[in-house]
Design a protein around this ligand. Structure first.
Ligand SMILES: [Zn+2]
Length: 94
């Protein structure tokens, strides 16, 4: 049975080839759990900076009247000045 011996030798050579080339083997198996987690962490790292850039820019402003810092969207802006609330805007104006 020379054919059987050749098959065994071929299988052994194939095994040696795979064991001696772990890098190629790693890429050839995308289903490997380690490889998957690596890819996910890479993707998460890529997503983070894009997430940190929100569509609405949260601009923190200081109230001209009381000095409280708050989001620009929560306060009142009149004539280039910003106030934390309408009462302070009216108090500073009049
Ligand atoms: Zn205020």
């Amino acid at each position: 049975m020379a054919l059987f011996a050749i098959l065994v030798l071929a299988f052994g050579a194939w095994l040696m080839y795979r064991l001696l080339r772990p890098r190629d083997d790693d890429e050839a198996q995308p289903t490997d759990p380690r490889h998957r987690t690596r890819q996910r962490t890479r993707q998460r790292r890529k997503e983070r900076p894009s997430r940190s850039k929100p569509g609405k820019t949260r601009e923190m402003l200081e109230c001209r009247h009381c000095g409280v810092h708050a989001e620009a969207s929560t306060g009142v802006r009149t004539g280039g000045r910003w106030y934390c609330c309408r009462e302070h805007a009216e108090a500073d104006a009049g």
